[in-house]
Design a protein around this ligand. Structure first.
Ligand code: SF4
Ligand code: SF4
Length: 147
């Protein structure tokens, strides 16, 4: 009989404590959102895959096709190519591809770029069924952002 009341007391105490936690949480500010219907602003320091910086004044890339990022990437996931067009003194960027399946987001490419032509994207909800979907045409992405 004594044990019965002891267990009843322990169970009741636990129930009251549990309800206390629930009630406390009920009146706390909501910190989650109904993803994917709602999205929160991502922190500016977030590192998504790399992107070419768009020069807002010239409405084009800052990249000079030097290939430093390609050479310094420890995962060999960047392919850059520039060509000299007829009548032009400087090379034009004709290819900038990233194999994001191999990228470790180490940031070396961003750091070595002599023109600060690379930045991290804010992409955080990437999902796909194939590896090929993570082979990004970074130059094409920049073209789409051009005004
Ligand atoms: S290091 Fe910078 S300038 Fe050179 S190819 Fe890469 S992005 Fe372009
Ligand atoms: S962040 Fe690192 S691993 Fe990813 S592309 Fe740049 S250098 Fe390569």
């Amino acid at each position: 009989m004594k044990q019965y009341f002891s267990e009843l007391y322990t169970g009741g105490k636990s129930l009251v404590e549990g309800l206390g936690v629930t009630m406390k949480a009920l009146f706390q500010p909501i910190v989650t959102v109904q993803y994917p219907r709602e999205e929160i602003d991502i922190t500016p320091n977030y590192r998504g895959h790399i992107d070419l910086v768009l020069d807002p004044e010239k409405n084009t890339y800052l990249c000079i096709s030097c290939g430093m990022c390609e050479k310094s990437c420890p995962s060999d996931c960047i392919k850059v190519n520039g060509e000299k067009m007829e009548g032009e003194k400087k090379k034009s960027l004709v290819l900038f591809e990233l194999d994001f399946t191999k990228c470790s987001l180490c940031g070396t490419c961003v750091e070595v770029c002599p023109k600060d032509a690379l930045e991290y994207s804010q992409e955080y909800n990437l999902a796909a069924f194939t590896k090929e979907a993570f082979h990004f045409d970074i130059l094409k992405r920049l073209e789409e952002r051009r005004i």
